[in-house]
Design a protein around this ligand. Structure first.
Ligand code: ATP
Ligand code: MG
Length: 464
């Protein structure tokens, strides 16, 4: 089943940004709109009240209602305006002046006291026939000894139109904010995420032959630099492992080819004519020897391959180092005697290590010593307490080795000239196995020449 495709990060972030921009602009617009609306309504309310007050004073002090009735046109002309309503008249009679161009129905008013100064609370809201909101107030005053009722209202059609156009602009601004942020965000994000695409392209082009190519992290933004550094480091490790593997298989083929070739040669020669039983037996015996060699190489290589991948093979036990040295010395006594050599041991200590692996490492060192040291010399195995662990030295007297040789002795399949001439029993794997065993124990193997002709191999086992 194919996993559902996740929406693109660019798209998601762009939309999120655009929504945020839209909300911010929208909220700001709403706030401005509301405050503008409040101030527009307040201005219109105050205008209505000011008008009422002005005409109350006019009718009360200067223009008695009688006079107005005779010539209503003076005021009517003055009052005419599309948005304003003005009604003057004695209560319960036909009004003297009635200016109401839109024919709006006014809201009902409670009786208002004569002398009371009006406040915003005395205004009432209503709507015209066409649906425009209006604000109205009324008051009763005296004019020329009679009671007169004044009613004024303002229809807020212009204000509403203005607010409406302001609202349209806000909608426009919000939409523009969304579109612009989305567009710019998309472009910027795509640019910002380009290193990721480059990395994917780069990874897609990696093959065993092109393991040496690396990402250039100098131009990568900091957030992605960690990723590209880790990616490059991964390629380093892969290239290294791959190179070692290639080298290893090349070496392996080379090492096995010689004994297999010689086996084939022997058999071909033997098959050319019929042989006596003794000759066949001799051939089989020499073939067996060759096969044993191959089997030992394969066993060593298998050991190294397993040691490369598994830490779990180490079974640590407390070991008495004195006993271990004695055991090895006893084991190699016969071989040493053949070359008139003596084995000396010294020191003691207790170490937690895998006994089989420890013995194998020591055996490899002592076998080398017996093989490469001068005939009749002395081999010394010594335990010394080192900083944070135990060190086991194997020291022997032999030919002076160059620094170059000392650097190479631990390499896989490295054999010095001496061993090459000394017959076919050497594979150059003994010391590599020692190194692997020391790595499994978290320690290390090293070699020095304390003085010319003396070689000292040291195994360091940390106690922790
Ligand atoms: N004690 C030593 N004195 C002088 N040279 C040594 C000594 N130990 C090792 N070498 C050199 O280091 C080389 C590598 O040693 P290593 O034990 O890895 O392989 P080898 O002894 O040649 O073969 P193998 O141990 O696999 O049978 C040897 O061929 C030899 O030249
Ligand atoms: Mg060896």
């Amino acid at each position: 089943m194919r996993a559902r495709r996740q929406p693109s990060l660019t798209l998601r972030s762009t939309l999120a940004f655009a929504l945020v921009a839209m909300l911010t602009v929208g909220a700001a617009g709403l706030y401005l709109y509301e405050s503008m609306k409040a101030s527009v309504l307040m201005r219109s309310d105050h205008a209505v009240l000011a008008r009422l007050d002005h005409f109350r004073k006019l009718l009360h002090y200067e223009l008695p209602v009688e006079k107005l009735r005779e010539n209503p046109q003076i005021l009517k002309n003055m009052l005419y305006s599309e948005d304003d309503i003005f009604i003057i008249g004695e209560p319960d009679q036909q009004p003297v002046i009635r200016v109401n161009p839109l024919n709006a129905t006014l809201p009902d008013f409670p009786e208002t006291n004569t002398g009371a100064t009006l406040s915003v609370d005395d205004l009432r809201s209503g709507v015209t026939a066409s649906g425009a909101p209006l604000r109205a107030a009324t008051l009763i005053t005296t004019s020329g000894g009679r009671e007169v009722r004044l009613t004024a209202a303002h229809v807020m059609s212009r204000e509403m139109a203005m607010l409406e156009s302001f609202r349209q602009r806000i909608y426009l601004a919000v939409s523009l904010a969304f579109l612009l942020t989305a567009l710019l965000g998309y472009i910027l994000l795509r640019r910002g995420l380009r290193p990721l695409r480059e990395m994917a392209e780069h990874a897609a082009n990696i093959t065993p032959q092109r393991l040496d190519s690396r990402m250039d992290s100098a131009e990568t933004p900091i957030e992605l630099q960690q990723l590209s550094d880790a990616y490059n480091a991964m390629l380093d490790r892969l290239a290294n492992g791959y190179q070692r593997l290639t080298q290893f298989s090349a070496d392996l083929a080379h090492e096995i080819r010689t004994p297999v070739g010689s086996l084939m040669g022997h058999c071909q020669v033997a098959l050319r004519q019929s042989r006596s039983e003794d000759e066949y037996q001799a051939l089989l015996a020499s073939n067996l020897e060759e096969l044993e060699r191959i089997s030992r190489i394969v066993e060593s290589i298998l050991f190294l391959a397993r040691a490369d991948e598994a830490q779990s093979v180490v079974k640590r036990e407390p070991l008495s180092l004195h006993d271990e040295l004695q055991r090895i010395a006893g084991y190699f006594e016969g071989l040493a005697e053949e070359r008139q050599m003596t084995l000396q041991t010294s020191g003691d200590g207790t170490l937690k290590a895998d006994p089989l692996l420890l013995r194998r490492a020591l055996s490899n060192l002592v076998a080398n010593a017996i093989r490469y040291a001068n005939e009749g010399s002395e081999i010394l195995m010594r335990v010394v307490a080192a900083d944070g662990g135990w060190q086991i030295d194997v020291e022997n007297q032999g030919p002076v080795l160059s620094d170059e040789t000392l650097r190479k002795v631990f390499d896989r399949f490295y054999r010095g000239d001496a061993s090459r001439h000394q017959g076919s029993d050497s594979y150059g794997l003994g010391l590599t196995i020692v190194v692997a065993i020391m790595q499994l124990h978290g320690g290390e193997a090293s070699v020095i020449q304390p003085k010319p002709g003396t070689i000292r191999f040291s195994l360091f086992f940390p106690t922790a």
